[in-house]
Ligand binder design. Structure first.
Ligand SMILES: Cc1ncc(COP(=O)(O)O)c(C=O)c1O
Length: 441
C-alpha cells in the first residue's frame, strides 16, 4: 500500500481537486488507499468506518467481488462498443433490470455517465418532448432553492446553491424559476419522520403558472429528499401536491433520485416510498455501487412514445461516447443482482427506527439545532460559529475522520448515509463518535 508519508508536497501539486479547498487540503491531506465492506483504510493502515457510502454511492458496501469479476470478465470479452447506431446485449439487459425495479410506468431508460449528465439529459428530454408534441412554447424550467442537480449548465441553472451559480450567473440557462426550499427550522426542527409543516410551499408552482402561463412551462425538477444541501426532507403532502399541480397544467415532473435511488429511503426509489410517480427519474451513484461511473434517466412510456411517433430518423440528438459502456453495464447488472439477492433495496426500512433513535440521542449536545432522518440518511444541523459559516461543520468532519469515521459535511450540517449493509454496532460507532466530537467542541 502506498504510504502517504511517501507523497511530498510537490507530488500533490498537479491534481486540482473538485469541490475542495485545495490549498488547505494540500497542507494537510486526507488520503484513502483501500476499502472493503463498511471500511476504508488510510495509506498508513488506519481503519475508517464509511458512514457516507463513499459519496452516497457504495450502497452494497466496498469491494464486492461479484462486481469486480463481472467488470473484469466484460473487459476481457469486449472492452468497448459504440453506442450510436450500435449496441451490445448487456445494455438491454441492464435497461430491463432497471425497469423491473423502477416505479411502474417508468419503463424506458437512457444511459449517461454521471448524475450531472442524467440531469441535463432529463431537462433536454423534457424540452424535446413538448416540442415533439407541438408544444414548443413550453421552454421554462423550474428548480428549487437549495436543490443540487450536479454541475452541468442545466443542473446549476435549476439548482439552488448560490456558490455553484454565482460565478456563471450570466451564462446560466435562461427562463428558469425556483420554488422556495422547504427547510423550516422554526417549525420543523427535531421532527421524526417527514416534517409536518410546509406542504403549502408546493402551491408556489401555481403562482409561477399564473405568472408565466402553463403553455410556457416545460418541467419541474426536485430531489425528493435534498441530500447535498444537508438532508432536507419533503414536508408531508408536499410531493403529492407538486404532482397534482403538474398534472393540472401538463408540466413534466422530474425527480432527481441520484441520492435517494437504490434503497436509500427503504424502498428501491423515493418515488415509491412517498407514493408519488414522476414522469422522469434521474439516477447515478448506487446504480453501479460507485464502481464505474454511470447514470441513467428513466422516462414514462408516454414520453418515449412521443419521440417514436415523430418523423423517421434519429429521434433524439443526444448521447455520450460512454452511454451504456460495457464495463458500466456489467457493474450495474452485478450491483442490481446483489441489491435484490441481499434485500438491500428495502433493508433501510428495517433499520430506520434504530437509526432514527440513535440520531435523536444527539439532541441536547452542544450546538445541535436540528436532527433529520429518513431511511438510512441523517442530517445533523449545527449552530454556525459567529461570522464563520461552515467552520464548525468542517471541524466536526475532520475530527470524526481523525477518530475513524468518515462523515459528510455541508456548511454546518453533518450528513451520514452508510452502505445499506451497515450493522447496528456500526451505527452505534458512527453516532457515538459524532457525539464524542460534538461534546468536545
Ligand atoms: C441529487 C443529485 N443530482 C445530481 C448529482 C450529480 O451527480 P454527479 O456528481 O455524478 O454528476 C448529485 C451528486 O451528488 C446529486 O446528489
Amino acid at each position: 500500500m502506498p504510504n502517504s508519508a511517501a507523497l511530498t508536497r510537490s507530488d500533490l501539486e498537479a491534481l486540482w481537486l473538485p469541490f475542495t479547498h485545495n490549498r488547505q487540503f494540500k497542507a494537510k491531506p486526507r488520503l484513502l488507499a483501500k476499502a472493503s465492506g463498511m471500511y476504508y483504510w488510510t495509506p498508513d493502515g488506519r481503519q475508517v468506518l464509511d458512514a457516507v457510502a463513499g459519496l452516497w454511492c457504495v450502497n452494497a458496501g466496498h469491494g464486492r467481488r461479484e462486481i469486480t469479476e463481472a467488470v473484469s470478465a466484460q473487459l476481457e470479452t469486449m472492452d468497448y462498443a459504440p453506442p450510436f447506431q450500435m449496441a451490445h446485449p448487456q445494455a438491454f439487459a441492464l435497461a430491463n433490470e432497471l425497469v423491473g425495479i423502477a416505479p411502474k410506468g417508468l419503463d424506458h431508460v437512457f444511459f449517461t455517465n454521471s448524475g450531472s449528465e442524467s440531469v441535463d439529459t432529463a431537462l433536454k428530454i423534457a424540452l424535446a418532448y413538448h416540442r415533439a408534441r407541438g408544444q414548443g412554447t413550453r421552454t421554462r424550467l423550474i428548480g428549487r432553492e437549495r436543490g443540487y442537480h450536479g454541475v452541468g449548465f442545466g443542473g446549476i441553472s435549476v439548482g439552488g446553491i448560490a456558490p455553484n451559480r454565482k460565478t456563471w450567473s450570466a451564462t446560466l440557462v435562461p427562463g428558469v424559476d425556483h420554488l422556495p426550499h422547504t427547510h423550516d427550522l422554526a417549525r420543523n426542527a427535531f421532527s421524526r419522520g417527514l416534517p409536518e409543516h410546509g406542504a403549502h410551499l408546493a402551491d408556489e408552482l401555481e403562482r409561477l403558472v399564473t405568472l408565466h402561463d402553463a403553455s410556457n412551462i416545460a418541467a419541474v425538477i426536485v430531489e425528493p429528499i435534498a441530500g447535498s444541501t444537508g438532508v432536507l426532507l419533503p414536508p408531508r403532502g408536499y410531493l403529492k401536491r407538486l404532482r397534482e399541480i403538474c398534472d393540472k397544467h401538463g408540466i413534466i415532473l422530474i425527480f432527481d433520485e441520484v441520492i435517494t435511488g437504490f434503497g436509500r429511503t427503504g424502498s428501491a426509489f423515493a418515488a415509491e416510498e412517498f407514493g408519488v410517480k414522476p414522469d422522469i427519474i434521474t439516477l447515478a451513484k448506487g446504480l453501479t455501487n460507485g464502481c464505474i461511473p454511470m447514470g441513467a434517466v428513466l422516462v414514462t412510456k408516454a414520453i418515449y412514445d412521443a419521440f417514436m411517433q415523430g418523423p423517421d430518423g434519429i429521434e433524439l440528438f443526444h448521447g455520450y461516447t460512454y452511454s451504456a459502456h460495457p464495463a458500466a453495464c456489467a457493474a450495474g447488472l452485478a450491483t442490481l443482482g446483489i441489491y435484490q439477492r441481499d434485500g438491500l433495496l428495502t433493508r433501510a426500512k428495517s433499520l430506520a427506527k434504530h437509526w432514527e433513535d440513535a440520531a435523536h440521542a444527539l439532541r441536547g449536545l452542544p450546538n445541535v439545532i436540528d436532527i433529520r432522518t429518513y431511511g438510512l440518511i441523517v442530517g445533523v444541523e449545527l449552530e454556525p460559529l459567529a461570522g464563520k459559516p461552515g467552520a464548525r461543520g468542517y471541524d466536526v468532519f475532520t475530527r470524526c475522520f481523525e477518530r475513524g469515521v468518515l462523515v459528510r459535511q455541508t456548511a454546518d450540517i453533518i450528513a451520514m448515509s452508510p452502505p445499506l449493509i451497515v450493522e447496528p454496532a456500526q451505527i452505534e460507532q458512527m453516532f457515538g463518535t459524532l457525539a464524542e466530537v460534538l461534546r468536545s467542541q
